[in-house]
Design a protein around this ligand. Sequence first.
Ligand code: ATP
Ligand code: MG
Length: 151
Amino acid sequence: ITLNIRDFCADLMDELQLIDNAQHQFVLSDRLTQSHEVFLDERLLRIILSNLLSNAIKYSKEGKEIELEISRDEQGICFQVKDGGIGIPEADRKHLFQMFHRAQNVGEISGTGLGLAIVKRAVDLHKGEISLESQEGVGTIFRVRLPLNEQ
Ligand code: ATP
Ligand code: MG
C-alpha cells in the first residue's frame, strides 16, 4: 500500500495542533519535489512522528515553534523534528533510546521514558536511521531517514 507522505504529515500536524490547543507554533516544511506516494507502513510512521512531535511539544515552552521538515535524498526519505525546548544534556544522549531513560533536566515534566525506545524499534523495523542534535536550553533536532522501496 502506498502512502501520500505530504498529506499524511499535514494531517498529523493538524491533529497535534488541535490537541496542543494553540500553545505552540506548528510549521511543516515540505522539501519534497517529486512523487509523494511512497511504500511505507503508515502505522509505523505514525508511531515515529507522533512520538517525536509530542516530545517536541512536551519539552518546549508555549509559544515556541515545532517544525517538521520532510525531504528526500539518494538513501530515502528524511524527517526532521525540531524544537526550541529544554534540550538534552550530553551525558543522557547515549541512553535516550533505552526504555525508561529520562534525562536529568526534565524537572517536573512527566513521562514514562518509553516513547523513544518505541521510536527506535519502529525505525529499526524500517531499516532506517535516527540521530539527534541538541543544545541544552536552546533546542533539539531529531532526524530520521527511512529507505524507500520504489516499485
Ligand atoms: P513517554 O514514554 O511518555 O514518551 P518520555 O517523553 O519521558 O515519556 P521518551 O519519549 O522516551 O520518554 O524520551 C526520553 C527522554 O528523552 C525524555 O524523558 C527527555 O529527557 C528526553 N527527550 C526526548 N525528546 C526530547 C526533546 N524534544 N527535548 C528535550 N528532551 C527530550
Ligand atoms: Mg516521549
